[in-house]
Ligand binder design. Structure first.
Ligand code: SME
Length: 195
């Protein structure tokens, strides 16, 4: 099967829980034989983003109200080393994603951190945000985004980064999405070397 076909969603898939199981099963072979986290996160963000766009039941019939961003922010110290002063602790750096350009750094310094990604990272807990405009400190990378979900990448007690999804509709994500994404994130963390 061509790699791109892994993001197709068969017609018999009708519920969100079937959808997320399907995406999980499509992701497993994409990760197989590859442990580089940059490469794996690139394919994972593309698979999730394109599968969501191919599953109109998820957000309703209006294509203008679907997912508009899916990607990763990773602890900057995990990136290949550089002398650049940007590669210091207490910062998340933009990783592989699908969607429009986004902010590159997110401050996760205790006492100074703000935003949905920083909160999910600092508390090591998923954040489901039905209305971004009423979330204190939300960082608006795209003024069209209305709702958001962020899941931390947990490796034992360590938080490696976060998976972030944005939607053009209010209440675009729910607990079924959270469950499905948390399972997917666990698969991704175990499939990569985080040097
Ligand atoms: N909204 C996020 C910032 C990242 S963008 O959505 C891609 C936040 O509040 O942390």
């Amino acid at each position: 099967m061509p790699h791109a076909d892994s993001s197709l969603v068969p017609e018999e898939i009708k519920t969100k829980s079937q959808f997320w199981s399907h995406v999980y099963m499509q992701l497993e072979p994409l990760l197989d034989g590859q442990r580089n986290w940059v490469s794996n996160l690139a394919n994972a963000s593309s698979l999730i983003y394109n599968a969501l766009l191919a599953f109109p039941i998820h957000f309703g019939p209006d294509p203008k109200k679907g997912v508009n961003w899916c990607g990763f922010y990773i602890d900057s110290t995990r990136f290949p080393k550089s002398n650049d002063s940007n590669f210091v602790g207490n910062r998340l750096l933009l990783g592989p994603f699908c969607g429009k350009p986004a902010c590159q750094f997110i401050n996760v310094t205790p006492g100074k951190a703000r935003g949905v990604c920083a909160d999910a990272f600092m508390h090591a807990k998923s954040k489901l945000v039905p209305d971004v405009d009423s979330y204190p400190g939300h960082i608006a990378c795209d003024g069209d985004t209305k709702s958001e979900i962020v899941c931390p990448l947990l490796d034992g007690n360590q938080v490696l980064g976060v998976l972030d999804l944005d939607c053009l509709a209010v209440s675009g994500f729910d607990e079924d999405d959270q469950k499905g994404l948390e399972r997917i994130v666990e698969l991704i963390v175990g499939a990569c070397d985080w040097y």
